[in-house]
Ligand binder design. Structure first.
Ligand code: NAP
Ligand code: GDD
Length: 352
Protein backbone atom coordinates (compact mmCIF):
# COMPACT_ATOMS: atom_id res chain seq x y z
CA UNK A 1 0.00 0.00 0.00
CA UNK A 2 1.43 3.43 -0.98
CA UNK A 3 1.91 5.85 1.90
CA UNK A 4 1.15 9.53 1.52
CA UNK A 5 1.60 12.57 3.77
CA UNK A 6 -0.74 15.57 3.33
CA UNK A 7 0.14 18.75 5.20
CA UNK A 8 -3.01 20.72 6.08
CA UNK A 9 -5.38 17.73 6.00
CA UNK A 10 -7.98 19.70 8.01
CA UNK A 11 -8.38 22.32 5.24
CA UNK A 12 -10.69 22.34 2.22
CA UNK A 13 -8.23 20.76 -0.24
CA UNK A 14 -6.55 18.52 2.35
CA UNK A 15 -9.80 16.83 3.27
CA UNK A 16 -10.95 16.30 -0.34
CA UNK A 17 -7.49 15.02 -1.29
CA UNK A 18 -7.44 12.65 1.70
CA UNK A 19 -10.72 11.12 0.56
CA UNK A 20 -9.55 10.90 -3.06
CA UNK A 21 -6.29 9.16 -2.11
CA UNK A 22 -7.95 6.85 0.43
CA UNK A 23 -10.34 5.72 -2.31
CA UNK A 24 -7.32 5.06 -4.54
CA UNK A 25 -5.98 2.65 -1.92
CA UNK A 26 -3.34 4.87 -0.27
CA UNK A 27 -2.48 4.72 3.43
CA UNK A 28 -3.17 8.37 4.28
CA UNK A 29 -1.24 10.39 6.88
CA UNK A 30 -2.10 14.03 7.47
CA UNK A 31 -0.84 16.90 9.58
CA UNK A 32 -3.03 18.99 11.81
CA UNK A 33 -2.16 21.63 14.38
CA UNK A 34 -3.20 21.86 17.97
CA UNK A 35 -6.07 24.35 18.40
CA UNK A 36 -8.12 25.20 21.47
CA UNK A 37 -11.13 23.70 19.67
CA UNK A 38 -10.50 20.68 17.44
CA UNK A 39 -11.04 21.24 13.76
CA UNK A 40 -11.78 17.90 12.11
CA UNK A 41 -15.27 18.72 10.83
CA UNK A 42 -14.37 18.50 7.12
CA UNK A 43 -12.88 15.03 7.56
CA UNK A 44 -16.01 13.98 9.46
CA UNK A 45 -18.27 15.55 6.85
CA UNK A 46 -16.56 13.49 4.12
CA UNK A 47 -16.72 10.31 6.23
CA UNK A 48 -12.95 9.76 6.41
CA UNK A 49 -12.14 11.04 9.88
CA UNK A 50 -11.56 7.50 11.19
CA UNK A 51 -9.65 6.38 8.09
CA UNK A 52 -6.67 8.74 8.15
CA UNK A 53 -3.67 8.89 10.48
CA UNK A 54 -3.14 12.27 12.09
CA UNK A 55 0.18 13.80 13.10
CA UNK A 56 0.47 17.11 14.92
CA UNK A 57 2.68 19.58 13.00
CA UNK A 58 3.26 23.31 13.43
CA UNK A 59 4.78 24.69 10.21
CA UNK A 60 6.99 27.11 12.12
CA UNK A 61 8.59 24.17 13.91
CA UNK A 62 11.04 22.26 11.69
CA UNK A 63 11.35 19.46 14.24
CA UNK A 64 7.67 18.61 14.02
CA UNK A 65 7.99 18.36 10.22
CA UNK A 66 10.94 15.98 10.54
CA UNK A 67 8.93 13.82 12.96
CA UNK A 68 5.97 13.73 10.60
CA UNK A 69 8.15 12.43 7.76
CA UNK A 70 9.75 9.82 10.03
CA UNK A 71 6.37 8.60 11.28
CA UNK A 72 4.68 8.47 7.90
CA UNK A 73 7.59 7.34 5.64
CA UNK A 74 5.74 8.73 2.61
CA UNK A 75 6.25 8.00 -1.07
CA UNK A 76 4.26 11.14 -1.92
CA UNK A 77 4.02 14.42 0.02
CA UNK A 78 1.31 16.99 -0.74
CA UNK A 79 2.18 20.30 0.91
CA UNK A 80 -1.11 22.16 1.30
CA UNK A 81 -0.83 23.73 4.76
CA UNK A 82 -0.50 27.51 4.74
CA UNK A 83 -1.93 30.76 6.03
CA UNK A 84 -4.13 30.84 2.92
CA UNK A 85 -6.29 33.95 3.37
CA UNK A 86 -4.97 36.87 1.28
CA UNK A 87 -6.69 39.51 3.43
CA UNK A 88 -5.09 38.12 6.62
CA UNK A 89 -1.67 38.30 4.98
CA UNK A 90 -1.93 42.12 5.09
CA UNK A 91 -2.64 41.87 8.82
CA UNK A 92 0.17 39.36 9.54
CA UNK A 93 2.71 39.76 6.74
CA UNK A 94 5.70 38.42 8.68
CA UNK A 95 3.89 35.33 9.99
CA UNK A 96 2.53 34.70 6.50
CA UNK A 97 6.07 34.90 5.09
CA UNK A 98 7.19 32.30 7.61
CA UNK A 99 4.23 29.88 7.44
CA UNK A 100 3.22 30.22 3.78
CA UNK A 101 6.72 30.80 2.38
CA UNK A 102 9.66 29.62 4.48
CA UNK A 103 7.92 26.48 5.77
CA UNK A 104 8.10 25.08 2.23
CA UNK A 105 11.89 25.02 2.60
CA UNK A 106 11.58 23.38 6.02
CA UNK A 107 9.65 20.55 4.37
CA UNK A 108 11.86 20.26 1.28
CA UNK A 109 15.02 20.24 3.38
CA UNK A 110 13.60 17.50 5.61
CA UNK A 111 12.67 15.50 2.48
CA UNK A 112 16.16 16.00 1.04
CA UNK A 113 17.74 14.62 4.20
CA UNK A 114 15.26 11.88 5.12
CA UNK A 115 13.41 10.64 2.04
CA UNK A 116 14.80 12.19 -1.18
CA UNK A 117 12.91 9.69 -3.34
CA UNK A 118 9.52 10.94 -2.10
CA UNK A 119 7.57 12.91 -4.71
CA UNK A 120 6.59 16.42 -3.60
CA UNK A 121 3.59 18.57 -4.57
CA UNK A 122 3.65 22.26 -3.65
CA UNK A 123 0.40 24.25 -3.51
CA UNK A 124 1.37 27.30 -5.57
CA UNK A 125 -1.31 29.76 -6.67
CA UNK A 126 -2.68 32.01 -9.40
CA UNK A 127 -2.36 34.86 -6.88
CA UNK A 128 1.38 34.89 -7.77
CA UNK A 129 0.49 36.33 -11.23
CA UNK A 130 -1.00 39.43 -9.59
CA UNK A 131 -0.87 42.43 -11.91
CA UNK A 132 0.08 40.27 -14.93
CA UNK A 133 -3.61 39.53 -15.46
CA UNK A 134 -4.12 43.25 -16.25
CA UNK A 135 -0.96 43.52 -18.36
CA UNK A 136 -2.22 40.65 -20.51
CA UNK A 137 -5.54 42.42 -21.00
CA UNK A 138 -7.56 39.68 -19.32
CA UNK A 139 -6.16 36.88 -21.52
CA UNK A 140 -5.78 33.47 -19.80
CA UNK A 141 -2.44 33.06 -17.97
CA UNK A 142 -0.18 30.06 -18.47
CA UNK A 143 2.95 28.51 -16.95
CA UNK A 144 5.26 30.88 -18.91
CA UNK A 145 3.70 34.16 -17.79
CA UNK A 146 5.62 36.38 -15.38
CA UNK A 147 4.66 36.75 -11.73
CA UNK A 148 3.89 40.19 -10.26
CA UNK A 149 2.54 39.45 -6.77
CA UNK A 150 0.25 42.00 -5.08
CA UNK A 151 -0.04 40.67 -1.51
CA UNK A 152 2.25 39.37 1.25
CA UNK A 153 0.52 36.03 0.70
CA UNK A 154 1.42 36.00 -3.01
CA UNK A 155 5.02 37.03 -2.28
CA UNK A 156 5.33 34.17 0.23
CA UNK A 157 3.86 31.70 -2.27
CA UNK A 158 6.24 32.92 -4.94
CA UNK A 159 9.13 32.10 -2.62
CA UNK A 160 7.64 28.61 -2.15
CA UNK A 161 7.29 28.23 -5.91
CA UNK A 162 10.96 29.05 -6.55
CA UNK A 163 12.35 26.99 -3.68
CA UNK A 164 10.39 24.02 -5.06
CA UNK A 165 12.03 24.52 -8.46
CA UNK A 166 15.45 24.95 -6.84
CA UNK A 167 15.16 21.62 -4.97
CA UNK A 168 13.99 19.98 -8.21
CA UNK A 169 16.78 21.37 -10.35
CA UNK A 170 19.54 21.44 -7.70
CA UNK A 171 18.94 18.14 -5.89
CA UNK A 172 16.92 16.11 -8.39
CA UNK A 173 13.90 15.82 -6.11
CA UNK A 174 10.64 15.04 -7.92
CA UNK A 175 9.05 18.34 -6.88
CA UNK A 176 6.20 20.09 -8.73
CA UNK A 177 4.19 23.29 -8.39
CA UNK A 178 0.45 23.18 -8.99
CA UNK A 179 -0.49 26.74 -9.98
CA UNK A 180 -4.13 26.45 -9.03
CA UNK A 181 -6.65 29.19 -9.66
CA UNK A 182 -9.44 29.74 -7.11
CA UNK A 183 -11.39 26.60 -6.30
CA UNK A 184 -14.40 26.47 -4.07
CA UNK A 185 -16.85 24.06 -2.45
CA UNK A 186 -19.28 23.76 0.46
CA UNK A 187 -16.15 23.00 2.56
CA UNK A 188 -14.52 26.36 1.79
CA UNK A 189 -13.62 28.53 4.80
CA UNK A 190 -16.45 30.94 5.64
CA UNK A 191 -14.35 34.08 5.13
CA UNK A 192 -13.65 33.43 1.41
CA UNK A 193 -16.01 35.38 -0.82
CA UNK A 194 -17.85 32.48 -2.53
CA UNK A 195 -18.75 30.68 0.70
CA UNK A 196 -19.49 33.98 2.43
CA UNK A 197 -22.00 34.86 -0.31
CA UNK A 198 -23.57 31.37 -0.43
CA UNK A 199 -23.92 31.26 3.36
CA UNK A 200 -25.46 34.72 3.69
CA UNK A 201 -27.80 34.22 0.71
CA UNK A 202 -29.16 31.04 2.34
CA UNK A 203 -29.73 32.89 5.62
CA UNK A 204 -31.51 35.74 3.81
CA UNK A 205 -33.77 33.23 2.05
CA UNK A 206 -34.76 31.71 5.40
CA UNK A 207 -35.25 35.09 7.13
CA UNK A 208 -32.14 34.69 9.30
CA UNK A 209 -30.27 37.69 7.84
CA UNK A 210 -31.14 40.95 6.09
CA UNK A 211 -28.03 42.00 4.18
CA UNK A 212 -24.72 40.89 2.73
CA UNK A 213 -21.67 43.13 3.23
CA UNK A 214 -18.89 42.78 0.65
CA UNK A 215 -15.73 44.62 -0.45
CA UNK A 216 -14.48 44.91 -4.03
CA UNK A 217 -17.32 43.81 -6.33
CA UNK A 218 -15.31 44.41 -9.52
CA UNK A 219 -12.60 41.81 -8.84
CA UNK A 220 -12.70 38.94 -11.33
CA UNK A 221 -11.63 35.41 -10.50
CA UNK A 222 -11.50 32.05 -12.26
CA UNK A 223 -13.58 29.88 -9.91
CA UNK A 224 -13.51 26.07 -10.19
CA UNK A 225 -14.75 23.17 -8.06
CA UNK A 226 -12.30 21.92 -5.40
CA UNK A 227 -13.02 18.14 -5.57
CA UNK A 228 -11.98 18.18 -9.24
CA UNK A 229 -8.84 20.22 -8.54
CA UNK A 230 -7.39 17.76 -6.00
CA UNK A 231 -7.32 15.07 -8.70
CA UNK A 232 -4.95 17.26 -10.72
CA UNK A 233 -2.51 17.30 -7.76
CA UNK A 234 -2.33 13.51 -7.81
CA UNK A 235 -1.98 13.41 -11.61
CA UNK A 236 1.03 15.76 -11.43
CA UNK A 237 2.87 13.30 -9.17
CA UNK A 238 2.15 10.31 -11.46
CA UNK A 239 4.02 11.76 -14.47
CA UNK A 240 7.40 10.55 -15.74
CA UNK A 241 8.95 14.03 -15.27
CA UNK A 242 8.35 16.69 -12.60
CA UNK A 243 6.82 19.82 -14.15
CA UNK A 244 4.61 22.74 -13.09
CA UNK A 245 0.98 23.07 -14.25
CA UNK A 246 -1.76 25.70 -14.32
CA UNK A 247 -5.16 24.39 -13.19
CA UNK A 248 -8.18 26.60 -13.97
CA UNK A 249 -11.53 26.74 -15.76
CA UNK A 250 -10.55 29.37 -18.37
CA UNK A 251 -13.46 31.65 -17.38
CA UNK A 252 -13.36 34.85 -15.32
CA UNK A 253 -16.38 36.27 -13.49
CA UNK A 254 -16.69 39.20 -11.11
CA UNK A 255 -17.71 39.09 -7.45
CA UNK A 256 -20.77 41.12 -8.55
CA UNK A 257 -21.77 38.37 -11.03
CA UNK A 258 -21.31 35.72 -8.35
CA UNK A 259 -23.60 37.60 -5.95
CA UNK A 260 -26.16 38.31 -8.69
CA UNK A 261 -26.36 34.62 -9.67
CA UNK A 262 -26.53 33.44 -6.03
CA UNK A 263 -29.50 35.75 -5.31
CA UNK A 264 -31.15 34.74 -8.60
CA UNK A 265 -31.16 31.11 -7.41
CA UNK A 266 -33.31 32.05 -4.39
CA UNK A 267 -35.48 34.41 -6.47
CA UNK A 268 -34.26 37.75 -5.01
CA UNK A 269 -32.65 40.86 -6.50
CA UNK A 270 -29.04 41.11 -5.27
CA UNK A 271 -29.01 44.92 -5.36
CA UNK A 272 -31.57 45.10 -2.57
CA UNK A 273 -29.34 43.13 -0.17
CA UNK A 274 -25.67 43.70 -1.03
CA UNK A 275 -23.93 46.61 0.71
CA UNK A 276 -20.36 47.63 -0.06
CA UNK A 277 -18.30 47.82 3.12
CA UNK A 278 -14.77 49.25 3.16
CA UNK A 279 -13.77 46.83 5.93
CA UNK A 280 -13.61 44.07 3.31
CA UNK A 281 -11.36 46.03 0.91
CA UNK A 282 -7.63 45.23 0.72
CA UNK A 283 -4.68 47.68 0.45
CA UNK A 284 -4.05 46.04 -2.95
CA UNK A 285 -6.33 43.61 -4.73
CA UNK A 286 -5.61 41.61 -7.89
CA UNK A 287 -8.18 42.99 -10.37
CA UNK A 288 -8.54 39.97 -12.64
CA UNK A 289 -7.30 36.38 -12.92
CA UNK A 290 -8.11 33.75 -15.52
CA UNK A 291 -6.10 30.63 -16.30
CA UNK A 292 -5.10 28.67 -19.39
CA UNK A 293 -5.21 24.97 -18.45
CA UNK A 294 -4.20 23.65 -21.90
CA UNK A 295 -0.89 22.15 -20.69
CA UNK A 296 -2.73 20.19 -17.97
CA UNK A 297 -5.28 19.01 -20.51
CA UNK A 298 -2.59 17.91 -22.95
CA UNK A 299 -0.22 16.23 -20.47
CA UNK A 300 -2.42 15.15 -17.56
CA UNK A 301 -5.69 14.59 -19.39
CA UNK A 302 -7.30 16.95 -16.83
CA UNK A 303 -10.11 19.36 -17.64
CA UNK A 304 -12.68 21.15 -15.46
CA UNK A 305 -16.27 19.89 -15.50
CA UNK A 306 -18.14 22.11 -13.03
CA UNK A 307 -18.28 25.71 -14.27
CA UNK A 308 -19.48 28.99 -12.77
CA UNK A 309 -23.30 28.56 -12.72
CA UNK A 310 -23.23 24.96 -11.48
CA UNK A 311 -20.66 25.81 -8.80
CA UNK A 312 -22.95 28.51 -7.38
CA UNK A 313 -25.94 26.16 -7.49
CA UNK A 314 -23.98 23.52 -5.55
CA UNK A 315 -22.78 26.02 -2.94
CA UNK A 316 -26.06 27.86 -2.39
CA UNK A 317 -28.00 24.56 -2.38
CA UNK A 318 -25.77 23.12 0.33
CA UNK A 319 -26.04 26.22 2.56
CA UNK A 320 -29.84 26.31 2.23
CA UNK A 321 -29.99 22.62 3.20
CA UNK A 322 -27.71 23.23 6.19
CA UNK A 323 -29.62 26.27 7.50
CA UNK A 324 -32.98 24.50 7.02
CA UNK A 325 -31.59 21.67 9.13
CA UNK A 326 -30.37 24.15 11.71
CA UNK A 327 -33.90 25.59 12.01
CA UNK A 328 -35.09 22.04 12.75
CA UNK A 329 -32.50 21.73 15.51
CA UNK A 330 -29.73 19.91 13.64
CA UNK A 331 -26.12 20.82 14.47
CA UNK A 332 -23.54 22.01 11.96
CA UNK A 333 -20.52 19.73 11.61
CA UNK A 334 -18.29 22.43 13.11
CA UNK A 335 -20.59 22.79 16.12
CA UNK A 336 -19.73 19.31 17.35
CA UNK A 337 -15.95 19.26 17.79
CA UNK A 338 -14.47 15.82 18.03
CA UNK A 339 -11.07 14.42 18.86
CA UNK A 340 -9.54 11.65 16.76
CA UNK A 341 -9.85 8.21 18.28
CA UNK A 342 -6.63 7.04 19.88
CA UNK A 343 -5.72 4.58 17.15
CA UNK A 344 -5.69 7.33 14.54
CA UNK A 345 -3.57 9.96 16.25
CA UNK A 346 0.18 9.52 16.31
CA UNK A 347 1.27 11.09 19.55
CA UNK A 348 4.50 12.07 21.21
CA UNK A 349 4.59 8.66 22.92
CA UNK A 350 5.14 7.07 19.51
CA UNK A 351 7.84 9.60 18.71
CA UNK A 352 9.98 8.68 21.74
P1 NAP B 1 -7.34 26.08 3.88
O1 NAP B 1 -8.72 25.49 3.85
O2 NAP B 1 -7.14 27.41 4.50
O3 NAP B 1 -6.38 25.01 4.63
C1 NAP B 1 -5.11 25.39 5.08
C2 NAP B 1 -4.54 24.28 5.96
O4 NAP B 1 -3.28 24.73 6.50
C3 NAP B 1 -5.41 23.92 7.17
O5 NAP B 1 -5.32 22.53 7.41
C4 NAP B 1 -4.73 24.70 8.30
O6 NAP B 1 -4.98 24.16 9.58
C5 NAP B 1 -3.26 24.50 7.92
N1 NAP B 1 -2.38 25.47 8.58
C6 NAP B 1 -2.48 26.83 8.57
N2 NAP B 1 -1.51 27.37 9.32
C7 NAP B 1 -0.77 26.35 9.82
C8 NAP B 1 0.36 26.27 10.67
N3 NAP B 1 0.95 27.37 11.18
N4 NAP B 1 0.86 25.04 10.98
C9 NAP B 1 0.29 23.92 10.51
N5 NAP B 1 -0.80 23.93 9.69
C10 NAP B 1 -1.32 25.12 9.36
O7 NAP B 1 -6.73 26.16 2.41
P2 NAP B 1 -7.19 25.38 1.07
O8 NAP B 1 -8.20 26.20 0.37
O9 NAP B 1 -7.46 23.96 1.40
O10 NAP B 1 -5.85 25.50 0.21
C11 NAP B 1 -4.82 24.51 0.30
C12 NAP B 1 -3.51 25.12 -0.17
O11 NAP B 1 -3.64 25.53 -1.53
C13 NAP B 1 -3.06 26.35 0.59
O12 NAP B 1 -1.64 26.33 0.64
C14 NAP B 1 -3.53 27.52 -0.27
O13 NAP B 1 -2.74 28.65 -0.04
C15 NAP B 1 -3.34 26.92 -1.65
N6 NAP B 1 -4.23 27.42 -2.71
C16 NAP B 1 -5.58 27.43 -2.52
C17 NAP B 1 -6.41 27.84 -3.55
C18 NAP B 1 -7.90 27.85 -3.39
O14 NAP B 1 -8.57 28.51 -4.21
N7 NAP B 1 -8.47 27.13 -2.41
C19 NAP B 1 -5.85 28.23 -4.78
C20 NAP B 1 -4.47 28.18 -4.94
C21 NAP B 1 -3.66 27.75 -3.90
P3 NAP B 1 -6.33 24.60 10.40
O15 NAP B 1 -7.45 23.76 9.80
O16 NAP B 1 -5.99 24.21 11.79
O17 NAP B 1 -6.54 26.06 10.18
N1 GDD C 1 -12.89 37.28 1.26
C1 GDD C 1 -13.61 38.29 0.73
N2 GDD C 1 -14.62 38.85 1.48
N3 GDD C 1 -13.32 38.72 -0.52
C2 GDD C 1 -14.08 39.71 -1.03
C3 GDD C 1 -15.13 40.31 -0.33
C4 GDD C 1 -15.41 39.86 0.99
O1 GDD C 1 -16.31 40.34 1.67
N4 GDD C 1 -15.69 41.24 -1.13
C5 GDD C 1 -15.02 41.23 -2.27
N5 GDD C 1 -14.03 40.30 -2.22
C6 GDD C 1 -13.05 40.03 -3.30
C7 GDD C 1 -11.60 40.05 -2.84
O2 GDD C 1 -11.13 41.39 -2.70
C8 GDD C 1 -10.95 39.28 -3.99
O3 GDD C 1 -10.72 40.15 -5.07
C9 GDD C 1 -12.02 38.26 -4.39
O4 GDD C 1 -13.24 38.71 -3.78
C10 GDD C 1 -11.74 36.84 -3.93
O5 GDD C 1 -11.40 36.88 -2.57
P1 GDD C 1 -11.20 35.52 -1.71
O6 GDD C 1 -12.39 34.64 -1.85
O7 GDD C 1 -10.78 35.91 -0.35
O8 GDD C 1 -10.04 34.74 -2.51
P2 GDD C 1 -8.64 35.26 -3.08
O9 GDD C 1 -8.75 35.30 -4.59
O10 GDD C 1 -8.18 36.48 -2.40
O11 GDD C 1 -7.67 34.08 -2.66
C11 GDD C 1 -8.05 32.71 -2.82
O12 GDD C 1 -7.63 32.25 -4.08
C12 GDD C 1 -6.21 32.23 -4.29
C13 GDD C 1 -5.97 31.72 -5.72
O13 GDD C 1 -6.03 32.79 -6.62
C14 GDD C 1 -7.41 31.92 -1.69
O14 GDD C 1 -7.91 30.60 -1.70
C15 GDD C 1 -5.90 31.83 -1.83
O15 GDD C 1 -5.37 30.92 -0.85
C16 GDD C 1 -5.58 31.32 -3.24
O16 GDD C 1 -4.19 31.23 -3.44
Amino acid sequence: MKRVLITGITGQDGSYLAKFLFNKGYEVYGTYRRLSTPNFWRLEYLGIFEKVNLISVELGDAGSIVEALKLSEPEEVYHLAAQSFVEASFESPVATGDITGLATTRILEAIRQLCPDARFYNAATSEMFGWTGVLKGGKPLNEDDVFRPMSPYAAAKLYGYWITRIYREGYGIFAVNGILFNHESPLRGLEFVTRKIANEVAKIKLGLSKELRLGNLDAKRDWGYAPEYVESMWLMLQQAKPEDYVIATGEAHSVREFAEKAFEIIGLDWEEYVKVDRRFMRPLDVPSLVGDYSKAERSLGWRPKVKFDELIEIMVGEEVKRWEGWLKGERFPWDAPNYPSENRILTRALRM
